[in-house]
Design a protein around this ligand. Structure first.
Ligand code: G3P
Length: 270
């Protein structure tokens, strides 16, 4: 059966363990800042042992570990090192590479992400391509052999809201079909929302039969998760609080209250 896979976007072992215990996690995505923060809270364990614990907890499902370097030479070496060091633990390491590690249009490193994806994929190392903001970036990453592309939905919404001068909360829901200002639908490079970016990536990769999976990232609220599922994303990677929010509804609480009262009265007569 195919369904939306849910990855946990966290390096917090407690959160990861809970998500696996409850059967709702199909993978983990980490990044160096998340790992640093999580390990920093623990005096009893170093980074290497901590990553090993995550890999064992997630055994049988993919765990993305991100590189910290910026040129293809460095990223290939770091990706291989991480894979060789950690993949033997549970055989589930995926290396996370930025699609383009440049800082400005003038930089000379625009192809370094693509070169790294090609080199690692050719050696059988699965790559999750991060920081995807256009469908064209996703297409190039897929052609270079990436196993996953990660469009950053929430950050696209941030950008459109900022460029159009809309005031917004980071976690506010932004509609899939975009918002208008002075009668014009706001966009970034023809993408009208973060979910529209996910949707365009899905459509293009499927249209051409590319096997790369679309991993919707930077999702910040349950409606975005629903939209990601509705547009056919393969995977949604979610921070733990977003997973918790997916269960919340005030009518569920009201229903529980009424149910509890009825049952207590009924059982009192047994
Ligand atoms: O998976 C990507 C995620 O960690 C970034 O999320 O909310 O900082 O855009 P955010």
């Amino acid at each position: 059966m195919i369904s939306l896979k849910i990855y946990i976007d966290s390096a917090d072992l407690d959160e990861i363990k809970k998500a696996y215990e409850w059967g709702i996690a199909d993978g983990v995505t980490t990044n160096p800042s998340l790992l640093k923060k999580a390990v920093g809270k623990r005096a009893d364990i170093n980074m290497k042992k901590y990553i090993i614990d995550i890999l064992k907890t997630a055994e049988g499902t993919p765990v993305s570990l991100e590189v910290t370097t910026e040129t293809s030479k460095e990223m290939i070496a770091e990706g291989k090192k991480l894979y060789e060091l950690f993949n033997p633990v549970a055989g589930n390491v995926v290396i996370k590479i930025p699609v383009n590690p440049a800082y400005t249009d003038a930089d000379k490193t625009h192809f370094d992400g693509i070169k790294t994806i090609k080199a690692l994929s050719t050696e059988g190392i699965p790559v999750n391509t991060t920081l995807i903001f256009t469908p064209e970036q996703a297409l190039l990453a897929a052609k270079a052999g990436a196993r996953y592309v990660s469009p950053f939905a929430g950050r696209v919404d941030d950008l459109i809201r900022k460029n159009s001068g809309m005031s917004f909360g980071k976690d506010d829901y932004y509609p899939h079909d975009g918002k208008t200002k002075d009668g014009v639908v706001q966009d970034d490079t023809g993408v009208v929302s973060g979910i529209d970016l996910v949707s365009q990536c899905v459509d293009i990769l499927r249209y051409y039969g590319l096997e790369t999976e679309v991993l919707a990232a930077s999702l910040r609220n349950p409606r975005q998760v629903r939209d990601a599922a509705l547009v056919g994303a393969d995977i949604a990677t979610l921070p733990f609080p977003v997973i918790a929010d997916m269960l919340k509804h005030k009518k569920t609480y009201e229903g529980m209250e009424a149910f509890k009262k009825d049952i207590v009265d009924e059982y009192a007569r047994l």
